[in-house]
Every structure is written in C-alpha cells, then in structure tokens.
Design a protein around this ligand. Sequence first.
Ligand code: HEM
Length: 501
Amino acid sequence: MGLEMLAMELDVAVALLLACGSLLALRMWSGSSTKSNVPVLASDAFLGYRTASKTLKSFTQMMVDGQAKFKGKPFQLPLPRSWVVYVSRELFEDMRKARDDSLSFQEESVAIEYTLGNETANDPWHHSVVRKQMTQNLGAKFPEIYDEISQAFEDELKAADSGEWTPIHAYDVILHVVCRASNRLFVGLPLCRDEEFTKISRDFTVTVSRAGFLISCFPKFLKPLVARYISAAPSATKAFGRFIIPVIEQRQRAEAELGDAWKDQKPFDFLQWMLDAANEDQRDPRELNGRMLAMNFAATHTTSRTFTHALYWLAAHPKYIPELRQEVEGAIQTHGWSKDALNNMFKIDSFIKESMRLSGLIASSMQRKSVKKLTLSDGTQVPAGAHVAINAWSLHHDPQIYPNPFEFDPFRFSRKVKEGESVVKNTVTTASSEWLAWGGGIHVCPGRYFASQELKAMLAHIVINYDVKMPNEGIRPTDIWFGHHCIPNPNASVLFRKLVT
Ligand code: HEM
C-alpha cells in the first residue's frame, strides 16, 4: 500500500472514530428531546445503539415486527443517526399535506450543503425546471433518449453480438447506459458520450453518499470541518466544472451576442431550460455547475439500481420474455419507437412496477424531520427534531392491497387495467397512498416521469434485442440491505444472447 493510500485509510479511520464518538455524545445530549412518546420497538438499551446496529442488517424484519406488534399504529426505532417514528398508510394524508415549515424534507444522509453546495441545498429552484420544462418536453426528447439508450447498449453489449450466451457484469453496463441517456437529456451530444465526463457523474454518487453518511454523523458545528477534511465532493465538483462551465459560458456569451437570434439557435436540453429559467442572481456558472451535478446525483444511481433490480427479475424468470416481446413489437408497429408506443406497453410498465414493489430502493418512504412540535391526526405527538417516515415495506407487502404479496407477479398491474381498472391508478409513475416508491406530497420525485420513460425504454429494448437468463438458472442474485436501502447485487453477471434478425 502506497503512503498516500495509507494516509487516506488513516484519515477515514480517524474520521470514523470521531464520528462514533460524536454520535454517542450527540445521542446522550439530544436523545431525549428527539425521542417522541410513541411506543418503542425493540430495546433502547445502550442509548438505542444495539437496536440501531440491528437496523442496518434487519430493517425490513423490524418493519414487519412493528406493523404486527402495534397493528398499524405508529412505533419508533433508534437508527444510527436519530430516532425515527414509523407511521402506516393511515397517516399518509398527514405526511402528504405537510409543508416544510412543519415536516421538512432534509436529505441529511447526503449532507447536501457540504457535498453539493450551499446554494443547491438551500434554494433548489432547478427542481421546478425538472417539474415543468423537463417533464413537458419528454415526448419531444424521446427519440434522442432512445437513440442514446440503444447506442449505449450496443456499445456495452458488443460481447453478446455473437449470438452465444455471454456473461455480462450487469450493474456496470446499466450504470453506463443510464448515465449516457440521462446526460443526453441534460447536456446533449457530444458530452453525454465523453468517457471522462460521464465517469465523474458515475463516481460522484458514491463519493457523495459516502461523504454524506460520514458528515451527517457529526454534530452541526463539526460538519464543515469534517466535510473539508474527508469529502472528495469538492474536487469532483471542480472536475465536473471543467466540462460544464465552458459550455455554460459559451451559451451565455452566445445569448449576449446574438440577442433575439439566439432563440432559434439555442440547444434544447435541461441545461438550456435551466439557463433560461435562472434570474440575474442565479446565472453564476459555478453555481449552475453544482445544480447540474445535483441532477446527475438524483438521476444516475436511482435509475440504474432500479433497472438492475428489474433485469435480475427478468433474467431469473425468462419465461416472461416472449409475452413482453410481443407487446413491445406490437406497440412499435402501431406507434413507431415513440412515447406513444411506451404509453401502450402496459406489461412493460407493470413489470417495472412489480420489480419496484418487491425490490424498491428504500423500505421506508417520505422521511421528514419535524420542525416544531406536532400532533398528527390520530393524536400521535411528534416533538420538534423527531424524524418521521412511512413504513413502505409493510405497505408494499400488504395482502389487502397486493394479494400474494411475496410472489413476483409481473403482470399484476396490467391485468387490473385489462379488467377495467384505471390506467392512472396502476401505472408506475402515479404516486399514491398505495405506491410510495417515489415518495409523496410536495417533495414527490419530480424526475419520475423521465425515470419511468428510461426504465421502460431500456426494458423494451432488451426484450426485443436479447435473450437473458441467470448463470444459475432461475436464481435471482441476493439483494444487499444497508438500513432501509435495498441495493441490487453489484457483482452479479447476467447471460445475454443477441437475437439474430
Ligand atoms: C427509479 C429512479 C428514481 C427513484 C426510485 C426516485 C425516488 C425518489 C424519492 C423516493 C424521492 C424522495 C421523495 C419524498 O421523500 O417524498 C425523490 C426525490 C427527488 N428526485 Fe427522484 N427518483 C428517481 C429518479 C429521479 C430522476 C431521474 C430525477 C431527475 C431527473 C430525480 C429527481 C429527484 C429530485 C430533484 C428529488 C427531490 C425533490 C424535492 O426535494 O422536492 N429522481 N426521488
């Protein structure tokens, strides 16, 4: 091990030790104030740390136990960083209606202000560009996004072109495809295919998540120091800026020089929509660079992990491929490769939704922090500073809503549509009290329409171009659980075979 590496390992070890010490001090100091009067599931001995460490590996079991023991009433658990009150579907409306001045949305686990920058954390105005301009233009942009998806799969799956079964390291391939497809929408060609640029985006999520986790373990006054000491985020932001800032400056210059003529020439991508939406105080290229990186952070690993989960389901159950293939070919024949075609792929939609139901990225949803003392509609008292979340695991496995909830039934939603239930209720994009994969309320994922479009287009592309199966036929790679996060096995291979046309 080189000296630099050793120094780095030591840095992390020291940081971890400091974090543990701080956590202990923090829990002793603040534990009683954030712990609400809701019954506690499991032991709170040792300031709750024994239970907290159990939640890292057995989170879903604790959700099941809590649901059974308290019969759908709220319960709380100590997590490594704080106590969390888990509520069930009955309190969904309280959560949905809550605003940031009562239950605030704080991605504390990512410590955004220290990893993505203060401006991005405190004034995320670019989210409204996601909600409006980006979502409105998804149909118009679909041909380009699909072009990127198919080109990227072609580049990444070359080894399977021979028509023989070929093992492919699935997660890596999907990460590359998603990163290119997302950046085709965000900044367009040629940057979305630049290996160095996309690598920064692919690595950034890991860098931020690691740094964010460590930073969030420290008390507030120590966070800036820790962030400067251990976080690689600032250097990643700088490296990303070397690509994005010149593009922003060039566009701003062109606008100033061309005036009205710029309107007819300007690019049609997320970066431009954001530049057009920015007011005079929001046009600093460095700040806009941070927002572009934040978008990559929100879009890349969420979609790639979700798709990897779905691919593992497909490869473990290849018997569903012919039915999916038939649907995709029919839709393309009628509508061409378009958003309309995707809108008519109900089985593809249902497959993705079922995969997200069983292997959603998080087993609790809508995590919020109470800004002031609250009384929920069932009388539950939530003190200021307490965390509240919905027990999404139990909801997504509720037999009243999803019969045979542990069975992978990929067409359960498309069947309902065929039986006459509404498309809107059953489609993957619709967030509701029965479907929490996108969160809910004012912070419901604004990227869900784009994410669903990507996920459906990728699945449709795979089923009409490849056969897939697992090396151990029928066996899906085991998911990795870290607290409430469900991560698809990052090392598994899937066998691909290109269809000969
Ligand atoms: C399958 C992929 C994705 C999943 C599962 C997902 C899930 C989520 C969830 C659970 C939340 C928190 C909502 C809440 O607590 O109520 C969220 C927030 C967010 N997501 Fe996504 N997301 C995905 C893809 C994307 C994409 C592609 C984008 C952008 C293009 C995006 C942008 C955002 C943003 C900006 C927020 C914060 C919203 C706010 O603070 O108001 N997401 N997402």
